[in-house]
Design a protein around this ligand. Structure first.
Ligand SMILES: Cc1cc2nc3c(=O)[nH]c(=O)nc-3n(C[C@H](O)[C@H](O)[C@H](O)COP(=O)(O)OP(=O)(O)OC[C@H]3O[C@@H](n4cnc5c(N)ncnc54)[C@H](O)[C@@H]3O)c2cc1C
Length: 409
């Protein structure tokens, strides 16, 4: 009777998971290869079934933040499992550009030099590990709007943090199909990470090792314990939440001021446009090869929907046609929510009340450059007790948690 009951429960549980996988149209992956081994595993552990997997960390979300933290854990031989439910698209749609200069104001990007020194070898290491090519270096050509704009460029060159990146020689060439009344300024040491290829390849790599579950992480199922936590069948020391804008649904961290800034991009086919640099004006035109170009991006603080919109498309077309005058067709439109923070610094650290719960978020508009550095800082903080920089630590917003607690009591 007992055996029958046990078999019935496990069969029911198996089919529940299988159904979930089917509905997500993803390969079945629970850390068990098939039904048989699943049962064997349950039988072996019986009562301990719901704690059958023991890991150091659970990572929620596999965008740039989750991926950068997973790499830290791998390098340190820490065990982990990732949850990913495809609810956010930021890392998949991103332009992927890394540019050490804010060209709107001619100011340096925060810690640009230090971030690039960590980020570029980081992506190179992943290229080797996954046998993929994702880092394309190129010059960014800034289209000057006026003589004054051009003069500002020269004033900026004298700023020590910008000198290495801004070319003193202006580009006075004209390029077929590009509308420019003034010359171009060249930004050096820039490039692009193909974030879609990176994230998809990394997810496949984790999937092959059964380290990722393509399912929603449910906050209600966390069972906090003194020295760690239990989440369904997983026993872990800590959870690192890397949910991007999905953090808004996280009851432990949604007191933090994460703002959504929707971004939209077009992919166009322009057979007569022949450029091997990134063109930067009111938007960027990024060559992808085969006369395909990524064009973007919009910044929309009011549209809360995640899907591509007609409004976004219209804005991109209007701006595009002020900088190119060759025929083109639109082949794709994508959108995503940038996880931004006022003050433009990431959100990193351990929850003030629960040492098991950790956050890595707020990468804003520059996830490519920031993610590897902040993931490393977080890892050093968690494993080697190094203090987090006050600028990025979530402790700077403790007053907001106190306010939330007061409101709910
Ligand atoms: C249009 C656009 C253009 C951009 N261009 C650039 C650029 O050129 N250069 C640059 O550096 N940055 C760019 N960015 C910003 C960059 O995309 C972000 O900084 C970065 O992708 C954020 O990464 P993330 O991992 O924090 O978040 P995300 O990429 O949003 O990843 C979070 C992941 O968590 C998952 N998740 C959330 N909740 C759950 C849950 N409960 N259970 C399971 N999984 C969950 C989501 O599905 C998602 O995959 C751009 C962004 C947009 C939208």
């Amino acid at each position: 009777m007992g055996r029958f009951f046990f078999e019935a429960i496990s069969s029911f549980h198996y089919s529940l998971h299988a159904k979930k996988r089917e509905s997500l149209n993803k390969p079945f992956n629970l850390g068990y290869t098939d039904k048989e081994t699943y049962f064997i595993r349950i039988k072996k552990h019986k009562i301990a079934y719901f704690c059958s997997m023991k890991v150091d960390y659970i990572i929620v979300g596999l965008g740039l933040a989750g991926l950068a933290f997973a790499e830290q854990l791998t390098a340190a031989n820490k065990s982990f499992v990732v949850f990913e439910d495809d609810s956010q698209t930021s890392s998949l749609v991103a332009g992927g550009v890394y540019n050490p200069v804010i060209l709107k104001r001619y100011t340096p990007v925060w810690n640009a030099k230090e971030q690039l020194e960590i980020a570029l070898p980081f992506y190179e290491k992943i290229e080797k590990k996954l046998n993929i090519s994702i880092d394309e270096k190129f010059t960014i050509k800034k289209v000057f709007k006026s003589i004054e704009d051009q003069n500002n460029w020269f004033a900026a060159i004298d700023k020590p943090k910008l000198t290495p990146y801004l070319d003193t020689q202006l580009d006075t060439n004209s390029y077929t199909g590009i509308l420019a009344n003034f010359s171009f300024g060249n930004v050096k040491e820039a490039g692009r990470i193909d974030t879609k290829k990176l994230v998809e390849s990394y997810r496949n790599f984790l999937n092959e090792q059964q380290l990722i579950r393509f399912e929603k992480f449910n906050y209600n199922d966390i069972n906090l314990q003194e020295n760690g936590l239990v989440y369904n069948d997983i026993n872990a020391s800590k959870i690192v939440f890397c949910e991007g804008f999905g953090m808004k649904l996280n009851p432990f961290f949604n007191y933090l001021p994460l703002n959504e800034v929707k971004g939209e991009l077009l992919t166009i086919h322009a057979p007569l446009l022949n450029i091997n640099f990134l063109l930067k004006s009111s938007l960027f035109v990024l060559p992808l090869g085969n006369h395909l170009f990524k064009v973007g991006a919009t910044f929309n603080w009011t549209d809360k929907t995640a899907a591509p919109s007609n409004e976004g498309k219209k804005e991109l077309i209007e701006k595009l046609e002020t900088i190119i005058d060759v025929p083109y067709t639109i082949v794709d439109q994508t959108a995503g929510m940038r996880p931004t923070v006022s003050g433009r610094r990431p959100l990193v650290g351990v929850h003030p009340d629960y040492h098991q719960l950790v956050l890595l978020n707020g990468l804003g508009t520059r996830g490519v450059m920031i993610a590897p550095t902040v993931a490393e800082e977080l890892f050093q903080h968690l494993e080697n007790n190094k203090d987090l920089d006050d600028e990025i630590a979530i402790s700077r917003f403790k007053h907001l948690l106190d306010k939330k607690d007061k409101a709910t009591t």
